[in-house]
Write a protein that binds this ligand. Structure first.
Ligand code: 1PZ
Length: 214
């Protein structure tokens, strides 16, 4: 069922990640960034306490959108073409962030690491007991993924913000997919597509030794 006007459903957001993978296992940046835009909208709807997170995500999405709409937009059609282009043109800082502080490769890497958190979090939400705490699921997913890349002060702020998350059932309801049970089914359908985007990106970045870009 379509969401009411004004409201939006997390189903459409997550299906952008499905649309991002081509038959040749390329990742299309257009749908990938659309998925991220939708996630940010959803995050903003959870309250101002999350705005320090959404601001950083938006800044990164904007960097990528400007490449995708810029002069070299052909090179930024897929993740694969972006990596090939930026590496061949010497546009990636490998050791230290200096001449190319905002390369597409390092910017996507940050979103990619956050996608791992999303995958763990939504899977945790999907499989948890009905009375589980969203904040605990969120903290556990964060500690198992993104936290490793964040300094203490960011980890602290994130952990405090997580405490503001609503209960599991309320969270499933604000996804706007229907009942909590329907949201759980939707997550089961959507998560393999997010895993696929994550896996393809991880493999590509590993191949080119880009997983630790500064
Ligand atoms: C539903 C609850 C939402 C929890 C979101 C979990 C992620 C917490 C991340 C907190 C980090 C925010 C502050 C910015 C940190 C940046 O330093 C890093 C590294 O970038 P650099 O400094 O190297 O340029 N940025 C990131 O790690 C990207 C974080 C993006 C988070 C997007 C979350 C999307 C949430 C969707 C909710 C459904």
């Amino acid at each position: 069922m379509a969401a009411a006007a004004g409201a939006f459903s997390l189903r459409e957001v997550l299906s952008a990640f499905q649309a991002a993978v081509t038959e040749r296992r390329e990742v299309l940046l257009g749908p990938y960034l659309r998925g991220w835009r939708g996630l940010v909208r959803f995050l903003n709807s959870l309250g101002a306490i999350f705005s320090f997170i959404s601001k950083d995500a938006v800044a990164k999405i904007q960097i990528m959108e400007s490449y995708c709409g810029g002069e070299r937009r052909e090179e930024y059609r897929t993740l694969q073409s972006m990596v090939a282009y930026e590496l061949a043109s010497g546009l990636v800082d490998i050791q230290r962030r200096s001449e190319h502080p905002d390369s597409g490769c390092r910017t996507v890497l940050r979103l990619h690491r956050a996608l791992r958190w999303l995958q763990l979090f939504l899977e945790g939400l999907r499989t948890a007991q009905e009375d589980s705490k969203t904040s605990t699921i969120c903290t556990d997913s964060y500690n198992a993924s993104l936290a490793a890349y964040h300094p203490w002060v960011v980890r602290k702020a994130a952990t405090v913000a997580f405490c503001a998350l609503p209960s599991r059932n309320a969270f499933l309801e604000i996804m706007n997919v229907g009942t909590p049970e329907e949201a759980v089914v939707m997550l089961g359908d959507a998560l393999p597509h997010i895993s696929s985007v994550y896996g393809i990106t991880e493999e590509l970045y590993a191949q080119h030794k880009l997983l630790n870009l500064p």
